[in-house]
Ligand binder design. Structure first.
Ligand SMILES: Nc1ncnc2c1ncn2[C@@H]1O[C@H](COP(=O)(O)OP(=O)(O)OP(=O)(O)O)[C@@H](O)[C@H]1O
Length: 292
């Protein structure tokens, strides 16, 4: 598979804040990725760098094999920002027309269909739209662009549950027919857990973990029981989080558990459960911070 994005040791500081710090990332063709991080983790700064809006202080970025130089805007890339600035008085249809001119793979028929699916009136002025409707215009552009690299920054901000589901459903359906590389940046993992194949977890400007979502589901475990048995079981394992209550406790561990491990846990009276992804993600970030 050829590489769509290669990021090597990229950094960007604002004064004393290292917004992005020696970050590496590779995105392959035909894959949906999630970029997860809390507010302020550096996601937007990173996305602005890979789309040519900000030039890094150090490191290299190649999009579709072309090294980005200062002032370059990568081709075959569609970036749907969290916040957009539209010309005064622009109507939805004007914004779509501009997007069509910009993206060579634009599918006008699909765009028209999405106007209906997303309940958008093309004659409405952009400034009259609610936050959620504005997000939906961006999402429509991202989908209809069919760009080989499509990036959405917080795409469901301000959307109600129905519209969120509608967007993700259209994304999955269209991706199945027109595979491309999609990067969804968000701070809500549960939202995208069923959509993305791999996730990058970002904190303090760096990637804490890059893993397939299925792997995380298989490898994240919550173990609980009496402290002595728990301590014994945890030896040599990657403990992401631990809590104690009297002589009992729980721990979140990351790693494969064999049949033998399950038998050992049972013999110690320990219970093994899965961990909701959003929780795992929060624990992992906490761990990353205490490791610093
Ligand atoms: N233009 C700027 N000037 C100064 N500091 C900035 C600027 N842009 C971002 N930062 C700082 O860099 C860090 C990363 O911010 P960034 O917006 O990239 O994070 P984020 O993960 O996208 O957060 P959010 O989800 O809240 O948008 C933060 O500490 C932020 O305050």
């Amino acid at each position: 598979m050829s590489s769509v994005l290669e990021v090597r040791q990229v950094s960007k500081a604002y004064g004393r804040t290292d917004a992005v710090d020696s970050l590496n990332m590779d995105l392959a063709e035909h894959t949906i990725y999630g970029l997860l991080g809390r507010n302020g983790a550096g996601k937007t700064t990173f996305l602005n760098m890979i789309t040519g809006g900000i030039f890094p202080d150090g490191g290299e970025i190649a999009v579709h094999g072309n090294l980005l130089k200062k002032g370059d805007v990568p081709t075959q890339t569609c970036y749907i920002r969290e916040k957009n600035f539209y010309p005064n008085n622009a109507r939805v249809r004007d914004v779509l027309q501009m997007a069509a001119a910009f993206h060579p793979d634009w599918d006008a028929k699909f765009a028209s269909k999405l106007l209906g699916t997303f309940k958008l009136n093309p004659r409405k002025k952009m400034r009259q739209l609610s936050r959620g409707m504005e997000s939906m215009v961006g999402n429509l552009i991202g989908l209809a662009s069919r760009a080989p690299l499509t990036i959405f920054d917080e795409p469901v901000l301000g959307l109600d549950v129905l519209m969120r589901e509608r967007f993700y459903r259209m994304l999955i359906e269209d991706y199945a027919e027109h595979p491309r590389t999609i990067l969804l940046s968000t701070h809500l993992i549960d939202e995208i857990a069923t959509v993305v194949e791999q996730v990058f977890i970002m904190e303090s400007g760096s990637i804490l973990m890059h893993e397939e979502v299925e792997q995380i589901r298989d490898r994240a475990h919550m173990i609980s029981g009496l402290g002595a048995g728990l301590d014994h079981f945890l030896q040599g394992r990657r403990v992401i989080h631990g809590e104690r209550y009297g002589n009992a406790g729980m721990a979140v561990v990351y790693g494969e558990l064999t049949e033998h491990d399950h038998r050992e846990a049972a013999s110690q009276g320990l219970t093994i459960e899965g961990v909701p992804l959003q929780k795992f993600f929060a624990y992992l970030i906490e761990e990353g911070q205490t490791d610093e």
